[in-house]
Ligand binder design. Structure first.
Ligand SMILES: Nc1nc2c(ncn2[C@@H]2O[C@H](COP(=O)(O)OP(=O)(O)O)[C@@H](O)[C@H]2O)c(=O)[nH]1
Ligand SMILES: [Mg+2]
Length: 164
């Protein structure tokens, strides 16, 4: 979830191409689904099924029907765009309203290569309040993307081990 242009599709598309930096600038359909396998700790493998929603209002109906099916939800903002961070409150409200509060929430600060205008402490407080793990990514930095997919996988893996 997150405003249009924060970099959601780029992160997912980058992961398809794996080692390459790809220059993604397409419009997202109502929803695009992508799979990606990643090796985690303890010889575990996670097979991500990623649902990339267009930020447009007309995808609300599909999103809300699908919330029941997901394990986790990523709230995404652009570190160089304050409004995109402030709007996360609205995305959270929408998810709650339609029954997605059981999903494991994470928060991703995107475009970490750009000039960051969102205050780190504010982000930390926000994540603490909403019980979200926080990640930063940039599609200009392969390591940040790899690190994200492994660490996020480990977070999910721990939840599953605990029986959530
Ligand atoms: N500098 C920089 N630009 C990015 C990054 N990720 C995405 N972009 C650019 O931001 C624009 C919007 O990206 P997109 O993935 O379509 O956003 P979405 O609407 O959230 O899916 C595109 O022009 C991307 O090339 C990043 O990590 N760093
Ligand atoms: Mg998109």
């Amino acid at each position: 979830m997150g405003d249009i242009g924060v970099g959601k599709s780029s992160l997912i598309n980058y992961s398809i191409e794996d080692e390459q930096v790809i220059n993604y600038s397409g419009e997202t359909n109502l929803v695009d689904i992508t799979f990606k396998k990643i090796n985690l700790k303890d010889n575990a493998i996670i097979n991500y099924g990623m649902w990339d929603f267009s930020g447009k209002q007309d995808s609300i109906r599909i999103r809300t029907e699908l919330y029941q099916e997901f394990h986790s939800i990523a709230y995404c903002f652009d570190l160089s765009n304050k409004t995109s961070f402030q709007n996360l409150e609205n995305w959270i409200k929408e998810v709650k309203k339609y029954g997605g509060e059981k999903l494991i929430p994470i928060c991703i600060g995107m475009k970490s290569d750009l000039n960051k205008v969102v205050d780190f402490n504010t982000v930390q407080n926000f994540c603490q309040k909403n019980k979200m793990n926080y990640f930063e990514t940039s599609i200009k930095d392969l390591n940040s993307v790899k690190k994200f997919f492994v660490e996020f996988g480990n977070v999910l893996f721990d939840y599953i081990k605990k029986g959530k």
